[in-house]
Design a protein around this ligand. Sequence first.
Ligand code: B4P
Length: 194
Amino acid sequence: MFNLILFGPPGSGKGTQSEKLVAKYNLKHLSTGDLLRSEISAKTPLGVEAKKFMDKGQLVPDEVVIGMISSALDANPDAAGFLFDGFPRTAAQAVALDKLLELKNNSINVMIALTVSEEELVKRLVKRGETSGRTDDNNGHVIRTRILEYHKKTSPVADHYKKAKKVVMVKGEGSVDDIFRALTKEIDALRKKS
Ligand code: B4P
């Protein structure tokens, strides 16, 4: 199994690159953002609760997203590997993910962290907000809250995997294809070694 975390601040291109990576490496894509948005569209009790946090740019409570990931892992026993996109986003989620994988005699192979300047992040999210209909993209205050939440609660997740020497940094600025090439170069080198 090959398990990869694609990490980075909001708007760093995790969703964009994940789509290309899962196609190339036959991984199961687990995006907590996408899972939450489909709960919201289906108006489930979980979705109604999550929307209150997402609309403000805040993180959804840990127990909600950990439960979603646990069910998704159980629902895909034959996956060749998982690409975690937007998860883990807090230290508690990272600890929970390690435990869930350990129960399946598995672990994270690598965390790839996309680095993008704050100015570029805001530019991308505002641009997407013009067309996406995403309520968390069309308000400058909400975008700033998401970036603050990232610095406060999410960036410590990288330290968790740095301790295990599992973090690789890749520049997330430039064309989508150039960034994809840089990501595949790192992944191919790692897969050769393992
Ligand atoms: P997510 O759905 O994870 O989304 P994101 O962080 O906004 O974006 P991403 O980094 O995937 O950027 P994308 O490729 O789309 O989170 C949304 C919300 O869900 C969170 O705020 C939180 O409330 C909640 N949530 C999700 N997971 C959670 C968890 N684990 N715990 C708690 N809460 C959770 O790219 C953004 C834009 O940039 C796109 O328009 C794209 O086209 C553009 N772009 C991409 N690459 C580019 C490039 N190279 N050049 C120019 N533009 C580019």
